[in-house]
Design a protein around this ligand. Sequence first.
Ligand SMILES: C[S@@+](CC[C@H](N)C(=O)[O-])C[C@H]1O[C@@H](n2cnc3c(N)ncnc32)[C@H](O)[C@@H]1O
Length: 388
Amino acid sequence: MPHIIIEKLEKPTLPARYSGFEFEFISEGDNGVVGVQTESFRFLLEFFQHKKGVLVKPDKTTRVPHLNVNKLALQALADLTQSNIVQSNIETLKQQREYKNLVSREALNKKIAALDYQEIWLEIGFGSGRHILHNSHNNPEVLHIGIEVHRPSTEQLLKQCEIHNISNILVLLDDARVILETLPADALSKIFVHFPVPWDDSPTKRIFSSNFIQEASFVLKQKGTLELRTDSPNYYTFVRSLYDAMNKFAITIRKNGDLPVVSKYETRWRKQEKDIYDIIYYNDEVGGKEQEEFDFSFPTCNDFSKAIAQFTDKGYRDNQFLVKFLKTFQIAKNIRVHKLVMGKLAFPQAIYILEDNEQISYYPKLPFFAKENYLAHKKIVESLQNGK
Ligand SMILES: C[S@@+](CC[C@H](N)C(=O)[O-])C[C@H]1O[C@@H](n2cnc3c(N)ncnc32)[C@H](O)[C@@H]1O
């Protein structure tokens, strides 16, 4: 993570433009945030007291994926405030690569709609990418979407796509459990989950859950398949019991079946003569979910701090979603930035809300368009309206 330690942070008068960055605001106090904007990005830098001075680094929640933008913003802030840098790791600015097969979660659905393929297949946790590359080569009429949380694996696949000039793969560096429900209904013909991490000690981190199966049914076409391949007898039993509990009986089970391509993991397990299990679920649901319209705007509010009091400390949680305000940064009289988490219980989204007098808005962008985020938003709006 790029960072600088400066001797002292002399707070500048903001907003101010410097070196291609617009510094929008800075919070009061010794530990806080600086709002930064460029033509393409809006994000926060955080500053903390440190034994050597003041540590400044990109805020994790709003950080942009381009290392150079973060480094240049830190340098620009140091220059703007005429600060003496006592320690930093921003000296080397690497040439950043733009990958044409990489797509963000926000852009995915538009991209899918703009492309014209006969089918869409999704691979979750593609690892080294052998299986998705094999599928893309052998099924050129299909759009292959790969979602992976591990950055080096993602870059490895993106480089392969460039080397071989592959256009029918889209890659997301993201958590598949969050993305699935946002895909269009009845859109996919196949979903592959091969050798997911078994998480025997923390089952809530597993990709499979009853919620995941339900969401997969929504996004799969009728008779579309959700394929699990695992070497873990525990994971196999767990997924079987999920299907049983959900009365989903259209499944096929195989032991030690062969696939046309063998992944690195599979090679390792085969050497150890471990059994390999497949559970293939055939979607039996007709029609998908209604595509919902999410309105993430707020009404004006003249006492926001009072309205959100019920969401501080332990926050609010029911059996579907949560809202918890974590921190407030005072920017000026009647201007504050609030940090919160909202949405899914297992993996809520961290985000900020900007309170500028009576105007309330999400910062730096709207929450991800997911049902649980919208329920959480409506809960906050309800509290604002009750306080009027
Ligand atoms: C054991 S590896 C298997 C890789 C590959 N499927 C194979 O068969 O060789 C599991 C992969 O799933 C990825 N992964 C774990 N949780 C994920 C999630 N929630 N969303 C997307 N990918 C995930 C991991 O980063 C890892 O690359």
